[in-house]
Design a protein around this ligand. Structure first.
Ligand SMILES: NC(=O)c1ccc[n+]([C@@H]2O[C@H](COP(=O)([O-])OP(=O)(O)OC[C@H]3O[C@@H](n4cnc5c(N)ncnc54)[C@H](O)[C@@H]3O)[C@@H](O)[C@H]2O)c1
Length: 476
């Protein structure tokens, strides 16, 4: 059995080699050279990419990640599909599997789908031969640790499984920096002897590079809930400023000026007050819906309605942007070439989950537009998959989807090629390269009158207007 002191760790494994598992474990490996870190996934092709010599082709793009992988991989950082062996030999097992919104049955479209977490727990139970600290890295509804414990408790042996919540707060696009310099590390555990020992063990690992005062220990439920609430608060700020951007467009106020004025108040703060076409990413929407579901489950309908509105405003903002394009292009985009700048949900990531680009592009395709898409990091196959999925959700048949994909979409490697004969450009990701474009050259290639719809507020509208472009900037 575990004692109440931190235990010696030689092997750590992480189930789930995605946007959280890969970067998080790379940083732990770098900061703990005496510990072997094994990142596991049942997706063989993903593990192959993590092990590939070509560091430009890792499954996750994050600034600083490839050099970390280069430094640690093969020394104390390993990527593998051998879940059995690595669970068996690890003292700590992180669970960083996906927890998407349920797409079926009870709680459909709201609750978190815990299928992957359950499967993971059963694998841990099956392959463990000694005591384990099981760490919830995935974002989970409150009380999930209890469910995991009930699965792990079904062992006929004397193995002790200590379930600890350690939610991840990294932001994609700055994940490596966030992991090295976390605002806080949150660890929730039970107040039993073995629970305290597990928490201490994890604290000792993080304290190698995170100042002690930033390591916060709580009970398990507070830790699980804090992650959902953090994402809800962040998304709420975006929806709040985006709702005001609509008012700015009607009244002649400018959202950047309003954001600066509001953000200078210390009580409010200046971060997360940039207006845009809307938030994306795999987390905000799903975590808020999860919070809404939980609130409803406990009969707190007013609380549920309050948070649901954050997601509704986000959808409203994306739809507003799409309608602005349509209305400015004389209410029709049928057979018109339009250029889409950016597919990732934000800059410095190759992740496009829930990206505003998907929403806006799908609506434009349904209106008959021909889309010329450019993104510096997202793979063409991912763009096509995203659109196929979105069109299916719009009720399009297989034949209709394949016709749209084949006749209305072109994906470009060269941004300047993507604007030839284009009626309009929609900027949907704030990639730095979009801030330094040769707009005179772009204007020459375009059909006149030429339009730029800036969903990220990154262009100099006065400069572009001088060239001859019609510019719409969200919130102005
Ligand atoms: N992406 C983020 O920015 C972020 C930030 C904080 C927290 N989170 C949370 O972290 C969790 C993981 O998110 P992600 O973005 O890394 O997801 P992801 O989809 O990128 O990665 C999850 C991986 O888990 C693998 N997997 C699932 N079940 C498995 C199993 N039984 N055995 C082995 N591998 C399995 C999948 O193949 C996939 O590669 C989610 O709960 C998410 O909400 C994500």
């Amino acid at each position: 059995m575990l004692s109440s002191e931190a235990i010696k760790i030689s092997n750590i494994c992480c189930i789930g080699a995605g946007y959280v598992g890969g970067p998080t474990m790379a940083v732990i490996a770098k900061m703990c050279p005496d510990i072997n870190v094994h990142v596991l996934d049942n997706n063989e092709s993903k593990i192959k990419l993590w092990n590939s010599k070509d560091l430009n082709n890792l499954p996750v793009y994050e600034p600083g990640l490839s050099s970390l992988i280069h430094e640690c991989r093969g020394k104390n950082l390993f990527f593998s599909t051998d879940i059995k062996k690595n669970i068996s030999r690890s003292e700590i097992i992180f669970m960083a599997v996906n927890t998407p919104t349920k797409t079926y049955g009870s709680g459909k479209g709201m609750a978190a789908d815990l299928t992957f977490i359950e499967k993971c727990s059963r694998q841990i139970l099956k392959y463990s031969k000694s005591d384990k600290i099981v760490v919830e890295k995935s974002t989970l509804p409150v009380k999930t640790a209890e469910k995991i414990k009930s699965i792990l408790g079904n062992s006929n042996t004397n193995i002790n499984f200590e379930v600890v919540s350690n939610p991840e707060f990294l932001a994609e696009g700055s994940a490596i920096n966030d992991l090295f310099k976390s605002d806080r590390v949150l660890i929730g555990g039970e107040s039993t002897k073995s629970g305290i020992s597990a928490v201490q063990t994890l604290c000792r690992i993080y304290s190698r590079w995170i100042p002690k005062e930033k390591i916060l220990t709580t009970n398990v439920w507070s830790s699980e809930l804090s992650k959902l609430v953090s994402n809800a608060f962040l998304a709420q700020r975006i929806s709040s400023i985006n709702s005001i951007s609509a008012l700015c467009e009607k009244t002649g106020a400018d959202i950047s000026e309003v954001s600066s004025a509001v953000g200078m108040d210390k009580r409010i703060g200046k971060y997360f007050l940039n207006s845009s076409v809307g938030f994306g990413g795999s987390c905000f929407k799903k975590d808020i819906l999860n919070l809404v579901y939980l609130s409803k489950f406990y009969g707190l309908h007013e609380v549920a309605d309050y948070w649901h509105q954050v997601v509704k405003i986000n959808e409203y903002q994306m739809n507003r942007f799409f309608l602005t394009i349509l209305n400015n292009l004389f209410q029709t985009v049928y057979k018109k070439n339009l250029s889409i700048f950016g597919w990732a949900f934000k800059k410095n990531t190759n992740d496009s989950r829930e990206s505003a680009s998907i929403y806006v592009s799908t609506n434009l395709l349904i209106e008959g537009a021909i889309l010329n898409i450019y993104d510096p990091k997202v793979e063409s196959s991912k763009i096509i998959n995203d659109l196929e999925f979105a069109l299916k959700n719009h009720g399009k048949s297989k034949i209709e989807i394949s016709t749209i994909i084949n006749s209305q979409i072109k994906i470009h490697n060269d941004l300047y090629e993507s604007v030839i004969d284009s009626h309009a450009i929609a900027i949907l990701t704030e990639w730095d390269i979009f801030k330094e474009l040769n707009w005179k050259r772009i204007y020459k290639f375009m059909v006149k009158p030429a339009f730029v719809f800036d969903g990220r507020r990154i262009v100099d509208e006065f400069k572009l207007k001088k060239i001859g472009l019609n510019v719409f900037k969200i919130g102005s």
